[in-house]
Design a binder for this molecule. Structure first.
Ligand code: PLP
Length: 286
């Protein structure tokens, strides 16, 4: 596939994009990233993704190398140069190339990389049938709110799910729900949607925000508060959300049915609201 990517100011075929081995992204995972879904060639919630990207830069003390207007232009250019109406744009900034030393190097230029891949939204049978997930301890660091490229723990945890033929992990820290390896997790109990508070233990998901907003705008009862492990294990419904998964129901947790074992009524309502919202936003952007 002749994918066109962006590296440090230039567009080029993927196979021509090369970075020096001393790039701190390669050596230390010293970087931040974003993944932006694009529907019908329109980026979804781009402004919110760029706010989070800026926050990630500040958190790890890399000066954001591009302005929001420049990032927006870059995203538009990547979308225009790549095939497919629906795409998933990936942006990454690392601290740059320097002799290996943990402390920050002086006067280095951040490495800027961008690519776009076809976005396949979840298949109908995944939406209708739900997914399998398994529970794990969350052993990541204490800055999970930063969208950092240091994703070793997330990869190890996702592999635990993959080894069990599950799509995602549902993680607990100190007896409370945090999130998945690459998604936020919601719970429904007695008709009330429960959402984890945004703090240093979870990534502030852009999809999470959409779901919370849609619940409030449509008078669906929602409570944002710490959720105990026991509440998750006895939930009527569990959902995972992310830019690429959108909203999916977890119907089996550790091989035990969640609720009826089918996506629940509140999930179906939220999924419909999400699809309607997407369509409205895209119509306005067209
Ligand atoms: N939590 C983690 C750890 C993630 O990696 C992601 C996305 O990749 C999310 C949550 C969901 O975030 P978003 O809805 O912005 O895609």
């Amino acid at each position: 596939m002749s994918e066109i990517v962006y590296l440090n100011g230039e567009f080029m075929p993927l196979e021509d994009a090369k970075i020096p081995v001393l790039d701190r992204g390669f050596i230390f995972g010293d970087g931040v990233y974003e993944v932006i879904p694009v529907y019908s060639r329109h980026p979804f919630r781009l402004a919110e993704h760029l706010v989070r990207f800026e926050r990630s830069h500040q958190a790890i003390r890399i000066p954001n190398p591009l302005t929001d207007a420049e990032w927006t232009r870059l995203v538009q250019d990547l979308v225009a140069r790549n095939a497919g109406e629906d795409q998933s744009v990936y942006l990454q900034v690392t601290r740059g190339v320097a002799k290996r030393d943990h402390a920050f190097p002086k006067n280095v230029k951040p490495t800027v990389f961008g690519m776009s891949n076809p976005l396949s939204t979840p298949a109908g049978e995944t939406v209708d049938g739900g997914i399998h997930a398994i529970t794990t301890i969350d052993y990541r660091w204490l800055r999970c709110d930063v969208k950092s490229t240091s994703l070793l723990a997330n990869c190890l945890l996702r592999q635990v799910a993959a080894d069990a033929d599950a799509l995602e992990v549902v993680m607990f820290r100190d007896g409370f729900l945090t999130e998945g390896s690459s998604s936020n997790v919601f719970v429904v109990k007695n008709g009330v949607i429960l959402a984890t508070p945004k703090n240093n233990l979870v990534l502030p998901g852009i999809t999470y925000d959409v779901v919370v907003e849609l619940a409030r705008a449509n008078s669906l009862p929602i409570d944002v508060r710490p959720i105990s492990e026991a509440e998750v294990r006895s939930a009527d419904e569990i959902w995972v959300t992310s830019s690429t998964k959108e909203v999916l129901a977890v119907t089996t947790l550790n091989e035990t049915a969640v609720g009826t074992g089918k996506p629940g009524a509140v999930f179906r309502r939220m999924h419909q609201l999400y699809q309607d919202y997407k369509r409205t936003v895209m119509r306005q952007a067209a």
